[in-house]
Design a protein around this ligand. Structure first.
Ligand code: HEM
Length: 214
């Protein structure tokens, strides 16, 4: 373990913890910036390259935090699934934000930083036109299956009315574009055989429908 770095143990979830290292910035040219460095698939945070890189940055005035992903920490070679990798990043960032020596710093991730007190504006519309995700982002093309759009937001605050809005849009567009709609054309018939499960008992054998022009 490098003696120039402080070793931290970070709990990622109920069962798994990882090790992180903090390389304190050189005091003479302290920049007030924390850089978080994740390792590649082949070697962990103790690899010669990671240690040299972290040390060099810290000698140039940056506080540096490196960490092991869970799979590396546990000595496995196959990387974790995306949610676990992300959870690991989140736990490390949380720790960096609270660490007594780093908490006043700006945090740099992927070369971008937000200084303490700076305002942040979320540009959902811009995300939907991200040229790195969508080809010809400014042309209206239906369907577009290239990436995940953020029309209804994402995560914890995803639009609660998303399904209603989708139905309303479908009905409205069908009306204005003259697209056919699917309408029921007679009663459904259900299986009379023994029902094995509640899910199966809901299944119709036939459900006649007709395409109708609006
Ligand atoms: C095409 C129509 C709609 C669009 C494009 C849309 C878009 C959005 C977006 C982007 C957000 C997330 C905002 C954020 O992250 O802060 C949101 C949140 C929300 N939307 Fe919609 N919305 C639509 C229709 C509706 C409808 C019809 C309802 C209710 C019937 C609704 C109820 C909500 C609510 C309650 C939230 C807040 C959810 C939360 O913060 O937990 N939306 N919507």
């Amino acid at each position: 373990m490098p003696d120039e770095a402080e070793t931290l143990t970070i709990q990622v979830n109920d069962k798994e913890a990882i090790t992180a290292l903090v390389y304190a910035a050189d005091k003479k040219n302290h920049a007030g910036i924390t850089v978080v460095l994740g390792h590649g698939a082949g070697a962990n945070q103790l690899s010669g390259f990671m240690r040299m890189f972290a040390k060099d940055l810290s000698s140039r005035g940056l506080d540096v935090m490196t960490f092991n992903f869970i799979y590396m920490e546990q000595g496995r070679s196959v990387p974790d699934q995306k949610p676990k990798l992300e959870a690991c990043f989140r736990a490390v960032i949380e720790t960096a934000l609270k660490h007594k020596k780093l908490k006043k710093n700006a945090l740099v991730i992927g070369g971008k930083s937000i200084k303490r007190g700076e305002k942040l504006i979320l540009m959902m519309g811009a995300a939907n036109r991200d040229p790195q995700t969508f080809s010809e982002p400014d042309s209206a093309r239906v369907p577009r299956d290239e990436g995940r759009d953020l029309v209804f937001g994402a995560g914890r605050h995803v639009c609660l009315g998303m399904n209603l809005a989708k139905i309303e849009s479908r009905v409205t567009l069908a009306h204005f574009l003259g697209l056919p709609t699917l309408e029921r054309d007679g009663p459904p018939t259900f299986r009379s055989a023994v029902r094995l499960s509640p899910a199966e008992s809901c299944g119709a054998e036939e459900a006649p429908h007709q395409l109708k022009r609006p």
